[in-house]
Structure formats: C-alpha cells, structure tokens
Design a protein around this ligand. Structure first.
Ligand code: BGC
Length: 246
C-alpha cells in the first residue's frame, strides 16, 4: 500500500510516497525550507507544493511538531503561535484535496522505529523514543502500543523546560562540547528512567547520526540505542499512521 508521508519540522518540510508494508520510499524524497514565519497558511502552501511535485492524489499522513488531538494542533512550542487550536487536518485537506491524517512528529518517528527500526524486537516491555532537534520530542510504547502526545520534552530539568537544556539546538547555540551536552542528555535520560523504567531508549533526531560522539556519556539501566531510520522515520511513520484513511 502506498501513502504519502510528510514530515513538518521547524526548519524543513520533507515528503515522499511510502510503501507502508515495507517502510520504504517509492520515490526520492523532496524537501522545502519551512516558511518563516511558519503560519498555517504558509505551511499549507508548502504542503500543497510538495503534493504537486509528486502529482499525488491519494491519502496523506503528515507530522507536526506539536500536540495533535483529532487533527487539531493544540500547542506551538517551536512554530508560529497561530497553530494553537488550528484544525491542521482540515487545512491540509483543503490545500491538497486529499484525505489527510496529522499526528505528532515524535509519535510518527516512534511508530516507524517500532515497526522497521531500532524498536522492532521490543514488542513487549516499555520503549521510549526521544528525538533531539530544535526541541525534544517523545513517544512511549508499552507492549508495542503508543500513548500519543506525551510531550516529555517539557518535563522540568534543573528548573527549566528539559528541551531548553538538552535539545540539539542548545548544543549548537551554547557551543557545548559532546561531553557537556552528553552530560545534559544523560541527566535527562536518568530522570525519564526514574519516572518510567523503560527497557529501551531510542535516540532520534538528526543528531542521532553522531550517536557515537555522545553515547560514551550516557548511562542508564535501560539499553540506549540510536534510531535506525533517522531522518526518514517521520515520513515513514506519518504514512503508516494514515493507513486508517484507506
Ligand atoms: C513539541 C513537541 C514535539 C517536539 C519535537 C516540542 O517542542 O512540544 O510536540 O514533538 O518539540 O519537535
């Protein structure tokens, strides 16, 4: 079954038609810069352009970096504030004339990793996927089932929103060494472990490509592994989540 997957992030909007049974792209992915300001109308235009690029007319699964409840975006930590309470599904449906399902970006990455990537052998137990990028995204699975919209990036760490201490963006902005940043990530993982005692942490986001640079500073009882689908996880997971439209 082929479904269009789109991954909307703070800096880029990426998409590709996905074979959801294999977790593979059916064509080379396309990427546009996220418009700034990232207003709903501007992002909808970019989604429309992506659909046009592939001449796509079928179902679409689409991620968004926020809490998404029944297609409505309820928060906007790293995107334009106008997204709060926007019916994103209706907006993208109108822009593309296609059936659309919208879900949280980390939830989508988690769905893909649990089926085709680092979590595929963990169908029992508790798995937490965390994406480190502009913010920190989270997805938790128990017995392979997702609890959506967990927003663990916003737990408090040393009196601050965790993503303001340990997102990959903070490493760049504060010019932290791998050791310094790894120490922050470790404190965060240990806190998450105290709360949830997972069997496995999957570390996602662009920075997971450099996992070996900071993994020496990470230590939890749970196993810690890098995501396997990396940049493609959001697109694949979005398409998988949209199977319900077919
Ligand atoms: C948002 C989450 C999102 C994460 C990663 C956070 O700031 O609140 O919804 O999953 O960033 O993009």
């Amino acid at each position: 079954m082929e479904i269009m997957g789109i991954d909307i992030g703070g800096s880029g909007i990426k998409g590709a038609p996905v074979d959801v049974d294999k977790g593979e792209f059916m064509a080379e992915r396309e990427r546009f810069d996220t418009p700034q300001p990232s207003t709903p109308a501007a992002v909808a235009e970019a989604v429309k352009a992506l659909i046009k690029h592939f001449n796509w007319t079928g179902p679409i699964g689409c991620t968004f970096p926020a809490v998404v409840l029944h297609g409505v975006t309820l928060t906007a930590a790293n995107v334009d504030q106008a997204w709060i309470n926007t019916d994103a599904e209706a907006l993208f449906r109108q822009a593309t004339n296609c059936p659309v399902r919208v879900l949280n970006d980390a939830d989508a990455a988690g769905i893909a990793e649990m089926t085709f990537g680092a979590g595929k052998d963990y169908k029992s137990g508790v798995v937490i996927l965390l994406t480190f990028g502009t913010g920190i995204g989270s997805a938790i699975f128990t017995e392979g089932v997702l609890l959506p919209n967990t927003e663990f990036g916003h737990v408090e760490l040393r009196g601050k929103d965790a993503e303001h201490r340990a997102a990959a963006r903070v490493k760049t902005e504060k010019d932290l060494s791998w050791k310094q940043w790894g120490g922050r990530v470790n404190a965060y993982l240990q806190y998450m472990e105290k709360l949830f005692t997972p069997d496995l942490f999957i570390i996602g986001g662009g920075v997971s490509k450099k996992f070996e640079k900071f993994s020496p500073y990470l230590q939890t009882r749970a196993q810690i592994v890098p995501a396997q689908l990396q940049n493609d996880a959001g697109i694949v997971g979005a398409a998988m989540a949209a199977k319900v439209l077919v």
